[in-house]
Design a protein around this ligand. Structure first.
Ligand SMILES: Cc1cc2nc3c(=O)[nH]c(=O)nc-3n(C[C@H](O)[C@H](O)[C@H](O)COP(=O)(O)O)c2cc1C
Length: 324
């Protein structure tokens, strides 16, 4: 595919914030985009829920105008749910529809969704076909290397999904049985990329700028999906684009407050603080005194409390250890 024919280069050849249910909400996505992510994806949204027109599910489709370009990720098991869901999401301004064939969580597997689809490639291809038939948006798919080491997806999976209508494939370099642990298997991604007629986006363990660039280069992929490495460290996007990979003095505090304020636009107190604590503890890592800051973070219950601990963490982060 030439660049002219590629409708979503910001995804296929970019650095995208990976979808992470319970993490990559609108506020965090906006922070990532501001700091250099070239593309965003919603958390996974149930195709069956959309197809039932569930109000709660539809809420998950909300995004802010600053979150562009953004794709919507659907998960499900039944082609007919994807047909109705893709019809519903098409007019909402998303730049592409991504199909989740990688989630290893039990609740998702029980319904035959997520990585279960890797054990039934004909069904995965049918889902791609049906989605494509019901939208004029580009369709992409996110997979793992297979169910288990003994049950890998075929190396020509790129060719198969392209034949069904997908224009890109993201590959998390682990098997379902690995869950989220163990080293990422770059060789597995490379074998898929080598044979794929559509761009391959590499995913897994991009915990630093160096690791991310090496993952892309070692696997011959065109783009990157960054997951846990960006949680509490959205500056990784700026670093990969050649800028400072660390927060400038004052920036840890201002970023935390910006994210919290954006969350408060749509989530009431005190619920918002319960959710935000999960982000705060991620921000407080890798500097002298971080463990103490994390202990304080889990007790925060107001904007003022977050403000104080974030300000102190910012100072601690930028204080050389020999000055303490
Ligand atoms: C808390 C959490 C939630 C996730 N939710 C999703 C999801 O909704 N959709 C999806 O395709 N992958 C999801 N993932 C997987 C990530 O997108 C990514 O593939 C995985 O974390 C590996 O990349 P990383 O090593 O850079 O984190 C999730 C991962 C985590 C840790």
């Amino acid at each position: 595919m030439t660049k002219e024919q590629n409708p979503i280069p910001f995804y296929t050849h970019g650095i995208t914030m990976a979808p992470m249910a319970g993490v990559t909400d609108s506020a965090f996505r906006r922070i990532c985009m501001k700091l250099g992510a070239t593309c965003l994806v919603t958390e996974m949204v149930t195709a069956a829920g959309l197809s039932r027109k569930s109000v709660k599910t539809k809420k998950m489709l909300r995004y802010h105008p600053d979150e562009q370009p953004i794709g919507v990720q659907l998960f499900g098991a039944k082609p007919e749910d994807f047909a109705r869901a893709s019809d519903l999401v098409t007019p909402l301004g998303f730049k592409f529809i991504d199909i989740n064939a990688g989630c290893p969580v039990k609740r998702v597997l029980r319904s035959g969704s997520g990585s279960s689809l890797l054990g039934d490639i004909p069904r995965l291809l049918e889902i791609i076909r049906v989605t494509k038939e019901n939208t004029d948006l580009p369709v992409t798919v996110k997979i793992r290397l297979g169910l288990t080491r003994e049950n890998p997806v075929p190396d020509n999976i790129g060719e198969l999904v392209a034949g069904a209508g997908a224009c890109a494939i993201a590959v998390h370099g682990r098997f379902r049985s690995d869950f989220f642990s163990g080293d990422v298997n770059k060789e597995g991604i490379r074998r898929i990329a080598e044979l794929s007629p559509v761009p391959v986006i590499a995913n897994g363990d991009s915990t630093s700028v160096e690791a991310a660039l090496k993952l892309r280069d070692d696997t011959g992929s065109t783009g990157l999906l960054i997951g846990r490495g960006a949680w509490g460290n959205p500056w990784i996007f700026r670093g990969i684009s050649g800028g400072n990979p660390h927060p400038e003095p004052g920036e840890l505090h201002s970023t935390i407050m910006e994210q919290l304020n954006m969350m408060m636009e749509s989530i009431p107190s005190p619920q918002v603080f319960h959710i935000f604590r999960g982000h705060l503890v991620q921000y407080f890592r890798g500097f002298y005194g971080a463990a103490d800051m994390r202990r304080r973070a889990v007790g925060t219950e107001s904007l003022a409390e977050v403000d104080i601990v974030a300000r102190e963490a910012d100072i601690a982060m930028h204080t050389p250890v020999e000055d303490i």
